[in-house]
Design a protein around this ligand. Structure first.
Ligand SMILES: Nc1nc2c(ncn2[C@@H]2O[C@H](COP(=O)(O)OP(=O)(O)O)[C@@H](O)[C@H]2O)c(=O)[nH]1
Ligand SMILES: [Mg+2]
Length: 318
């Protein structure tokens, strides 16, 4: 890192670097490169699959819907290809201004990709949500079906599901994948190869070996939010937002926003036990990310109705 002080999101910083870096080894080299949007209903395994394809945790995951709140880019690098994956929030019927902005983010992510990876879980029926999503894809966009959570369905059910999915749309390929467990998991390598083959001739959009273009502050805030999601249940997950206020290593100050005083109590816990649990879960992952020991200072703030407040949403980066 250039210095130990990192700027806050929104300010110009090294992390804000655009997608134009690394154009050196260009089209002449026979390289295939492009963008693939990972789409699907909430909770179908988009972020887990993105991480498995990239080979590094770049997007947080959880069993709670709406875990992914912004577009996360992950990069698959090969000798002769580069696939930029765009993990998206699930497309759904919006209930709040936050929900509307999440949907807008998905539509924007789809506008100029080369292929859509449509995630359909093997252990759930295809429903109106999936059809809504398929209909919302830009016409003519190349589509690959990832039948996710293949490990969660019995063999016969998986075979029937693959046939059902195959009939649903005009796919470039239908690939069953299981993204949990080490080393990617069954189908992940095959899907990566299909995506590489779907890319047009083009330059390397990102420097080789870069797993994501997510700013460090965002990755840290996300790891803290994931730790909170792990701890809480029910409606609270939707109420939590995290923002890195300052990085002054080894000290990192994070603000956790909740919507009500009662939620503040839940997150902090008895004698701070809740916050302590959040810290011990997130800290090792953050230390691995920055490559040194850190002190996490987490402050819980109540921001009433932040999900419906345009100013608060802007501040949190939505
Ligand atoms: N059994 C199984 N569970 C998975 C798999 N992929 C994801 N999950 C679980 O499904 C839930 C939602 O995953 P996530 O990636 O956050 O879904 P997203 O909302 O579509 O991004 C989490 O609890 C994951 O652990 C998989 O391949 N197999
Ligand atoms: Mg997700």
């Amino acid at each position: 890192m250039a210095g130990d002080r990192v700027r806050r999101p929104g300010e110009a910083s090294e992390a804000g670097r655009g997608a134009s870096a690394g154009l050196g080894d260009g089209i002449g080299g026979g390289l295939r490169s492009g963008f693939a949007a990972v789409v699907g209903r909430p909770n179908v395994g988009k972020s887990t699959l993105t991480n498995a394809l990239v080979g590094e945790k770049i997007a947080i995951t959880s069993s709670k819907p709406e875990t992914t709140r912004h577009r996360v880019r992950g990069i698959i690098d090969g000798e002769r290809h580069q696939v930029v994956l765009v993990d998206t929030p699930g497309l759904h019927r919006p209930r709040t201004l936050l929900g509307e902005r999440l949907n807008a983010a998905v539509r924007e992510a789809l506008a100029d990709v080369d292929v859509a990876v449509v995630c359909l879980p093997a252990d759930q029926a295809i429903g109106p949500g999936d059809r809504f999503l398929l209909a919302a894809l830009p016409p003519g966009l190349s589509k690959v079906a990832a039948v996710t959570k293949a490990d969660a369905a019995p063999r016969a059910a998986l075979a029937a599901k693959l046939v059902e999915v195959d009939r649903l749309a005009d796919w470039r390929a239908v690939v069953p994948v299981s993204a949990i467990g080490g080393d990617g998991g069954p189908g992940v390598g095959e899907l990566a190869a299909v995506l590489a083959g779907a890319m047009p001739a083009g330059p390397r959009w990102y420097p080789r070996g870069e797993a994501t273009d997510e700013p460090l502050e965002v990755r840290i805030a996300e790891l803290v939010r994931e730790a909170v999601l792990e701890m809480v249940r029910d409606e609270l997950p939707h109420s939590v937002a995290a923002l890195v206020d300052e990085i002054d290593l080894p000290r990192i100050r994070v603000w956790l926003f909740v919507e009500r005083d009662s939620q503040k109590g839940i997150v902090i816990g008895r004698r701070g036990a809740g916050l302590k649990a959040v810290g011990s879960r997130a800290r090792p992952q953050i230390e691995a990310l920055v490559g040194r020991k850190v002190f996490l200072e987490i402050q819980v703030k109540v921001a009433k109705e932040w999900q419906r407040d345009p100013k608060a949403l802007n501040r949190l980066g939505f």
